[in-house]
Each structure stands twice: as C-alpha cells, then as structure tokens.
Write a protein that binds this ligand. Structure first.
Ligand code: FE2
Length: 144
C-alpha cells in the first residue's frame, strides 16, 4: 500500500551505511502506517514504536560517529537536531494514545523527523564530502 512515506532515491546521500539505515527507518514507519486497527493490539503498536525509537537512536549515534570521523563542521548543531527529533517523536507518540491517532500524525512526524531532516541537514554531509573529499582512511566507519 502506498503511504506517501516511502524511501525515494532523492534521499540518497551516497554514503552507503547511512542510506541503508535511512531506508530501514522508512521501512519501520511503513509498517506502522499499514497496521490494521481492527486486528492490531496496543502491544503490537507499543512494540513497533519501540523498534522505531531504538533504531532511530542507533542510526543517529552511527551518523554522529560518521560526522566526527570526517570532521564535519556542523557536527555539534546536527547532534542537537537529532536530540530534538527524538524528543519530538517521543512527545508526539505519548500524546497519541491510540493507533488511529498515531497513524493520523504519522505523516507529520515522518515529514519533520525523517524527510525534512534528510533533505535539509543530512544532505549537508553529502555536500561536505563532495567538496572536501577527506582521505578515505579518515572516514571508514562501520555502519550496520
Ligand atoms: Fe542526521
């Protein structure tokens, strides 16, 4: 089912580890979007939201390690944005007690927390890489 929340090639940074993690975030979000209120329990929802929040933290952590490894100048600012996103998602989810409410807000959450962040901020990492071309051995970070 198309939800409007799918990964798009436009979001690709060309940094493989980060792109794979972004795709995985879209995949988790897609599963929330198609959860069926009639057959899903609160426990199903709690489980998948926990998965999203855990993976988001893991991804941000890896992205921060990557930024540091290449000497990305906006590292501190970018890290702060990650923190704000986690807070924003947690607040929105805890203020939405039902699956239907979360699904309604999901587009807004994802637009702000994932898509806008990739386009406006993560793309700066891509730009930095393309302009400065650090030595390859400066930026070999294992990303899962
Ligand atoms: Fe980021």
């Amino acid at each position: 089912m198309a939800t409007g929340l799918e990964w798009d090639e436009f979001y690709r940074l060309g940094i493989e580890g980060i792109d794979i993690q972004h795709q995985k975030l879209f995949e988790i979000v897609g599963r929330i979007a198609v959860l069926d209120a009639a057959s899903s329990t609160k426990e199903d929802l709690r489980h998948i939201l926990k998965e999203l929040s855990n993976y988001m933290r893991e991804h941000f952590h890896d992205e921060e390690i990557y930024m540091r490894s290449i000497g990305f100048p906006e590292y501190g600012y970018h890290k702060e944005l990650h923190h704000e996103i986690i807070e924003f998602v947690n607040t929105t989810v805890s203020n939405s007690p039902t699956l239907a409410m979360i699904q309604t807000k999901l587009k807004f959450i994802i637009k702000k927390a994932l898509i806008d962040h990739i386009i406006n901020e993560d793309m700066k990492i891509k730009l930095y890489m393309s302009q400065y071309k650090p030595k390859t051995d400066d930026c070999t970070v294992e990303l899962n």
